[in-house]
Design a protein around this ligand. Sequence first.
Ligand SMILES: Cc1cc2nc3c(=O)[nH]c(=O)nc-3n(C[C@H](O)[C@H](O)[C@H](O)COP(=O)(O)OP(=O)(O)OC[C@H]3O[C@@H](n4cnc5c(N)ncnc54)[C@H](O)[C@@H]3O)c2cc1C
Length: 445
Amino acid sequence: MAYNEIPARQEAGASPDVLVVGGGPAGSTISTLLAERGYDVVLLEKSHHPRFHIGESLLPMNLPLFDRLGVSEQVASIGMIKYGAEFVSPDHDETSLFEFGQALDKSFPYSYEVRRSELDEILFKNAIAKGARAHEGCDVKRIEFPPGARARVVSQLEDGQIREWHPRFVVDASGRDTLLANQFGIKRRNRKHASASVFGHFTGAERRTGNQEGNISLFWFEHGWFWYIPLRDGSVSVGVVCWPYYMKSRKTGVEQFFFDTIALCPPLAARLQAAKLVSPVTATGNFSYASERCSGPKHIMIGDAFAFIDPVFSSGVLLAMNSAFSGADAVDECLKNPATATRTLKEFDQTSRYGLKIFSWIIYRMTTPAMRNMFMRPSNKFRLQETLLSVLAGDLYRDTPIRSRLLIFKIVYYLMSIRMLGKSYGAWRRRKHSIKNIAFESTAP
Ligand SMILES: Cc1cc2nc3c(=O)[nH]c(=O)nc-3n(C[C@H](O)[C@H](O)[C@H](O)COP(=O)(O)OP(=O)(O)OC[C@H]3O[C@@H](n4cnc5c(N)ncnc54)[C@H](O)[C@@H]3O)c2cc1C
């Protein structure tokens, strides 16, 4: 029987102020913040924590957010301290080390690498502790917004039962499932950037020592880039993000393809020489997208439910949590002053796009020789390196003078590109070719 043919169960408590779909970092954060403000919040999660999730490297600016949620100590107890990022390029002899302590604001010198199963469980349990009514194993199937009435949310429990909810406001934090964007047909693939990923976990890999042990390493190679994230239990998370044309060339199983791809990047292969794969290898299809809008009458979309960009700067969890903080203010304001909701949601839309735009501007230019040089031979003339570090730290939302500094960064980038015009044009053509023919879809291991 299809879920929409099963009679729905109505229970006491089925009409909360706010219903949040998805208990990842975005959904748990906004549930915590709204419950703290006294709202009756229902949080629905289709799986059960702890559950696996990729995306293990955090940014320094996650830390003040953990503080405000009251989970700093818990996160510290599961995290591997990350002081910076190492970049390795096939076109440069030296590796390049970025340390967050050298950013424009030097007071947030580190972040963490975490197992997301652990981090997400901490955030989810915190939402419950702060008063949100959470239900796991509850899959939201459809949301309707009848004019002049409360929203109607249809969910299905694991035993097949249907439950209906009638909240005043809905927050879609369903991650890459993009529940509302799919339902409305407004999800758009990012035409300027397309990639796919394959990843797994290893033990016995070569790790850095001392303060550098927890640093993320990023290795560029011909078809994209690899991450190498050391975790607290001694294992490392390794993944490749590559262009779809390369993924389409796969003729073997995903695991063999992963190993063959690692072999194309000798510095990474050297670190994994004695390593043993201890997880299934997972592939995920082309994943850069955005929804046309992130709000509408009685609803907002936050985190990956709105947009997803290439994870090269480990920005996903920070952007998701930030959108939950600004989303909480927007929902609060809409519920208190429905007459000004349109304006409130417009401002929320602008805030949501702001961080995405800054990261995307650099990501789209990452393959150009000028940007590569700015990463691999960083200079602090005009405070360029400090500026880049502030972006890498996620310091986009505070008083740090990031906008004016970024303007200078962009001018220098364009001047350098003009100086290397021939090479820049070649890189532009290669990138255009790489983006073409995007057809890779999600694959099971
Ligand atoms: C290959 C790859 C590497 C990445 N690396 C990093 C990294 O190093 N650092 C980083 O910060 N980010 C990284 N990210 C991005 C990061 O994982 C996401 O940006 C982040 O998880 C977004 O949080 P979220 O809460 O929006 O979504 P999610 O964390 O995906 O949470 C969404 C939740 O909603 C639930 N859900 C979905 N649909 C429904 C439904 N219908 N009903 C009920 N529940 C539902 C899901 O089960 C899930 O628990 C990476 C992503 C990828 C793909």
